[in-house]
Design a protein around this ligand. Structure first.
Ligand SMILES: [Zn+2]
Length: 374
């Protein structure tokens, strides 16, 4: 057991100063003052620190992605230390543009590895393309039979995708929904939305004209289609924003115009960030997504845009956990939640991380690394 003393707790709502007892991977007790005389309780002084829920990142290329500029542009695999440094304790791995050399077999193995290494990991089946690429030969069977798989990936409005038509989209989302119901999982169709002007209009049209619940469509990268993101939250859907340099400045419009608790944010970690020429014929530059961008955006919302911490945190904690049907086990600090916690210094930098009760970082020092990390 482990006792954190005098932390300023955000659950993610502001709760004030609390002592928090962790044991068995969970938050066991949280009181203004906890005094324990049990043997074997380690005490950590968290005075002057904010204690917030561990972050959830639902768009992670955990085995790497990319490859649009040839095999040497395939991006590297995620390491446990990348996850800890980013304050992320729950993540969803997925495939991207390359559903050929990156396989479901490798993604599922990596997801199991990250769970073994101490964080909580899920994954999605398939990649950008349609028809889907799966492990068992069917999206429904993958969701039903593979514990780690909670939904499916697809790309629309992107020159690298397969441009699925209306009937294909309806069939796929219906399969994902039905498999989710049968498996007791959220059943999400996570949709990479490219920069084509139509954006998520095909999805909104389906929601308007069928009885498919909007919550099964999970469009992402909507920072480039912000008006559609706002409109989709008013239709009952969740809209995911990839954290980029301009995200903190977009947040005012989201808070004013969107259904704010239906806005989630993710990092696109380890995905490729190709820069195309104006005709999208040639790649003129290549970058890679970093998981640290997730909290960096939230920190800048607070330090540069004047947004209260408790208003910014839900985008990467409770909203994501609710969207993935993990709340309040994840995305919350309350008695009974998993002990997935992040400690923030006075300047709001990450100085401590606990995953399922295990200290992974303390005083900015990494205490846990991946199996083959130096
Ligand atoms: Zn991506």
């Amino acid at each position: 057991m482990l006792l954190l003393k005098n932390a300023e707790v955000y659950g993610p709502e502001r709760l004030g100063k609390r002592d928090v007892l962790l044991g068995g991977g969970q938050v066991l007790a949280m009181e203004e003052e906890l005094t324990l005389t049990l043997p074997g309780v380690e005490t950590y002084d968290a005075k002057g620190r904010a204690l917030v829920p561990g972050f959830l990142d639902q768009h992670v290329h955990s085995i790497g992605g990319g490859g649009e500029g040839g095999p040497h542009t395939r991006t590297p695999e995620l390491l446990l230390s990348d996850v800890i440094k980013a304050g992320v304790t729950t993540l969803v791995g997925l495939l991207g543009t390359d559903g050929i050399t990156r396989t479901m077999e490798a993604l599922i193995a990596k997801t199991k590895a990250l769970n073994n290494e101490g964080v909580t990991a899920f994954c999605l089946t398939s990649a950008y393309q349609y028809p889907p690429v799966t492990l068992t030969g069917s999206v429904m069977r993958d969701i039903m039979y593979i514990q780690e798989v909670i939904g499916c990936k697809l790309a629309i409005a992107d020159h690298r995708g397969s441009h699925p038509n209306r009937e294909e989209l309806i069939r796929l989302v219906s399969d994902v929904r039905m498999a989710g119901l049968l498996a007791g999982k959220p059943g999400v169709l996570h949709i990479h939305t490219g920069a084509a002007p139509e954006g998520i209009e095909p999805i909104m049209e389906i929601v308007r004209t069928t009885d498919i619940p909007p919550c099964h469509f999970r469009p992402t990268h909507l920072g480039r289609h912000l008006d559609q993101a706002i409109a989709f939250t008013h239709m009952g859907g969740y809209a995911d924003i990839t954290t980029k340099d301009d995200t903190p400045s977009q947040v005012h419009q989201l808070l004013e115009e969107a259904v704010a608790d239906h806005i989630t944010m993710s990092s696109d970690s380890n995905g490729s960030m190709p820069k195309w020429d104006s005709k999208r014929e040639r790649i003129v530059g290549m970058g890679v997504g970093r998981m640290t961008n997730l909290y960096r955006a939230v920190r800048r919302m607070v330090t540069e845009e004047g947004i209260p911490l408790e208003t910014a945190l839900p985008f990467i904690t409770s909203n994501v956990a609710r969207a993935l049907e993990l709340y309040p086990r994840k995305g919350a600090v309350q008695v009974g939640s998993d002990a997935d916690l992040v400690l923030l210094d006075q300047d709001l930098s990450i100085c401590g991380v606990f995953a399922k009760g295990r200290p992974m970082m303390w005083e900015k020092e990494l205490l846990a690394k991946g199996t083959f990390e130096e």
